[in-house]
Design a protein around this ligand. Sequence first.
Ligand SMILES: [Fe+2]
Length: 192
Amino acid sequence: MIEQFLPPNWQLLEHGKRAYAHSHMVANVAQKISSHTTELDANKAYEYGLMHDIGKFYLGKSELYKHPRVGYELLINAYPDVATICLTHPFPDFSNYEHVLSYHHEDENEARKVFELLGTIEKNIYIELIQFCDKISRMDDYIRWEDKLQWYLKTYNLDSNKITNQYSKHLIKIKQKLDTLTNMDVYNLVGI
Ligand SMILES: [Fe+2]
């Protein structure tokens, strides 16, 4: 599915190859976790993982933070379920405007648009699965979300007090759900 939505010359983008590699990591781990459950469709999970960052291929480096909404708008008519994954994947704490704003580099216009759209979406287990898989995937390895969060805060020089409380609470809950669905510790399943 991703090939049909990649713009021409995406490989010329500096961040294109990184996003492509990362998307496959997310797809593979989402598929793996799902295949250990009876509730989740592993093929669907794979496609969602592969597509979650599609917006990145349409943006220059300085505007990458807009990729959740750009991916959403690209897919909302043809594949509304995938569009929803694109929009929601960075925000386990859906209703935390401060995180949405800080994620969008304090661009209030963009943050408001995204926050409004988020308010129209009902969470489901696939949304949570991809949020979790995104948080444990890098370009060529997997990492516990707790460690990726530390890296993220440092890299983007973010104020941890603003976002970490709700964010962490939601990720802990999602992991517990996935542990229950797979009947094991998903960190063991992934080997991290
Ligand atoms: Fe992303």
